[in-house]
Design a protein around this ligand. Structure first.
Ligand SMILES: [Zn+2]
Length: 236
């Protein structure tokens, strides 16, 4: 039987690495859960941002395996749209199973391999930069010069942010072009996240996926080493 991960400092177990355990989490707000060791560093980060006139808000923190599975299966079945690198919708019926898998992976993590499973990662925006009725899209243009979150985007490039312990795993200069699409809004708290990262392997992932109701499961398992290299082991 799996030991419950109730000790804050313990090595993450398979369930907490793959989004199947919530014992290490704590609430940040009504709707967001994060790793309990990330709450305080994030509050410190928010205080630093506030000095720059930025009100850091978390749009998405912890996400469970089941939630990621719903997203994946919705895309595999065509119920949710899948987009190409230019953001144009793809007709999934025209693709081979292999091409379907890699099309989904451009924008969505494989269930079991999402960094959001860990509670160490979050998508952020600047509440001070937009009105109450602003509809957050989480597209790179919002964080680029001229976008509503340009000031936040620039601050996330600053030495002050780099010294905070947080970094942007999907927005590294050395990122590979055939991996996850750039996500300037996705932050990770490195001291805790790297413990999860070290535990995640193709073998562990294969075990979790084999026991799940994942659509395109056989194709995913067949190409798991390539998927892991391109879409999971992506962070610097
Ligand atoms: Zn994210």
């Amino acid at each position: 039987m799996t030991q419950r991960n109730t000790n804050k400092a313990s090595t993450p177990d398979r369930e907490s690495v793959c989004g199947q355990d919530t014992a290490h989490l704590a609430p940040l707000a009504d709707t967001v859960m994060l790793h309990q060791l990330v709450i305080e560093p994030l509050q410190h980060l928010c205080a630093l941002a506030r000095e720059q006139g930025i009100e850091l808000a978390v749009a998405s923190g912890y996400r469970s395996f089941e939630r990621q599975l719903l997203i994946w299966n919705g895309k595999a079945s065509g119920q949710r749209p899948v987009f190409d690198s230019q953001g144009r919708p793809i007709d999934m019926n025209t693709l081979s199973d292999r091409d379907k898998v890699f099309a989904i992976l451009r924008w969505s993590a494989l269930p079991g391999a999402s960094r959001h499973h860990w509670g160490t990662d979050m998508d952020v925006w600047d509440r001070a930069a937009v009105g109450d009725d602003y509809r957050l899209e989480l597209v790179p243009g919002e964080y680029a010069p001229g976008g509503p979150f340009a000031r936040l985007g620039a601050w996330l490039d600053s030495p002050e942010f780099a010294a905070s312990g947080f970094y942007r795993p999907y927005f590294q200069p050395n990122r590979r072009d055939d991996g996850v699409a750039p996500e300037p809004w996705h932050l990770s708290y490195r001291p805790v996240a790297q413990q999860f990262e070290q535990c995640l392997s193709p073998a562990l992932l294969a075990g979790v996926i084999a026991g799940s109701e994942l659509s395109l499961k056989d194709t995913v398992l067949e190409h798991l080493d390539e998927i892991f290299a391109r879409f999971v082991r992506c962070s610097g």
